[in-house]
Design a protein around this ligand. Structure first.
Ligand SMILES: [Ca+2]
Length: 381
């Protein structure tokens, strides 16, 4: 009996090898298991960052993704509020023991509020979205705003800093860690400046950031994430790492309309705390009035979740270009502006993949599916 089992096991191994060869998967030294990611984010409850957190947790539950942790940075919100929302997010999803939340940088490397006030006064343009800089910095827990379903009750921020966590994770899994960079790049800039030895060990960075050949959003020329900390963006973009950019060029073409919104918010067979929060937080617009629930013609772009979609399904990118990318850090109308060079790049720039168009129908199916799965997520491990 034992001999038969051994023979069967051996046959299965041979079949696996043959199968891999047949699929073109000859890299038998490839790391086992699903892709490992760090979500570096200016987190929020259920705008695009929070949505990505939900989708990533569901992918992890089905064994398709390993989320090493969420590292938070000031951006859409101040760090303290982002951490609070992230803690509740993982607790709400039931993954608080699997996905830690790490607090990162509270302030941009060199950009400050006085500078941007002076700039915007001199060069008024864009939609003027300032994220955290639109509101006072919370100084204590009493200044924090609870999500509609309340603060986390038992989940605490990790004692390790976001920067140390990034460094340690990359060293622990050399060549395996993808960073989904969906906020300002302060944490990643600090980690790679303080520990340049991790640079060749990072598998890739996939950004939502920049406006390459289209107007900016915060200003006429600059996209919010890279505008908030242009020095950090300039630093990280120059690192010799495989980099993929999801800029406004593509997110401008991936819009949620009422029909797509309804697939998440109003499917009667798939109501969860996530779909309810999706309605509460995305159904009424920034002003509380002009949103999907009140205006059937309302639309909004979809941003950060495209990074996760690209990681899982690179074929969703239907048009890409390879360019060298830089960010302007000088005071003035072009502060934070991204530039793509098709040839003859200035010294020090890196060539990277810029996504220009997405397979929107395929992405929308991916998006709706993951946002409407049961919560708490069903864990496999
Ligand atoms: Ca973000």
């Amino acid at each position: 009996m034992r001999r038969i089992l051994v023979a069967l096991t051996w046959a299965a191994s041979v079949a696996t090898v043959l199968n891999l060869s047949a699929c073109g998967g000859s890299d038998l030294n490839a790391p086992a298991g699903p892709p490992k990611v760090i979500i570096d984010s200016d987190y929020n409850t259920l705008s695009d960052d929070g949505q990505l957190g939900v989708m990533a947790a569901q992918l992890q539950a089905q064994g398709s993704l390993k989320v090493l942790g969420i590292t938070v940075v000031s951006g859409n919100q101040w760090l303290k509020q982002g951490v609070s929302d992230a803690l509740k997010s993982v607790e709400r999803l039931g993954v608080e023991k699997q996905i830690g939340v790490y607090a990162g940088a509270n302030y941009a490397l060199s950009h400050d509020f006085a500078t941007i006030q002076a700039e915007l006064k001199e060069f008024p343009s864009g939609d003027g979205y300032l994220g955290a800089w639109n509101s006072p910095e919370p100084k204590s827990d009493s200044d924090l705003v609870a999500p509609p379903d309340g603060f986390a009750t038992h989940t605490k921020v990790q004692s390790e800093s976001a920067v140390d966590f990034i460094v340690d994770s990359v060293k622990r899994y050399p060549g395996e860690v993808t960073i989904l960079a969906i906020g300002p790049l302060t944490n990643i800039a600090l980690a790679t400046r303080e520990h340049p030895e991790i640079v060749p060990l990072i598998k890739q960075i996939i950004y939502m950031g920049g406006a390459i050949d289209v107007p900016g959003n915060t200003t006429a020329t600059a996209e919010f994430n890279w505008w908030l900390d242009p020095e950090a963006a300039k630093t990280v973009l120059r690192l010799p790492i495989k980099q993929v950019v999801i800029p406004l060029d593509v997110t401008d073409t991936v819009q949620m309309d009422k029909a797509l919104y309804d697939r998440v918010a109003h499917d009667p067979t798939k109501q969860t705390i996530i779909t309810q929060l999706f309605k509460t937080l995305n159904g009424y617009g920034f002003d509380g009035k002009n949103g999907f629930e009140t205006n059937p013609n309302y639309t909004t772009n979809i941003w950060d979740t495209l990074t996760l979609a690209y990681l899982m399904h690179p074929s969703f990118a239907t048009q890409t270009v390879e360019e060298w990318v830089d960010v302007d850090t000088s005071f003035g109308a072009n502060d934070g502006k991204a530039t793509g060079y098709t040839s003859s790049p200035p010294l020090g720039l890196q060539k990277m993949t810029i996504v220009k168009r997405f397979d929107n129908p395929a992405f929308f199916d991916f998006y709706v599916d993951l946002l409407t799965r049961p919560v708490p997520v069903k864990l496999l491990d």
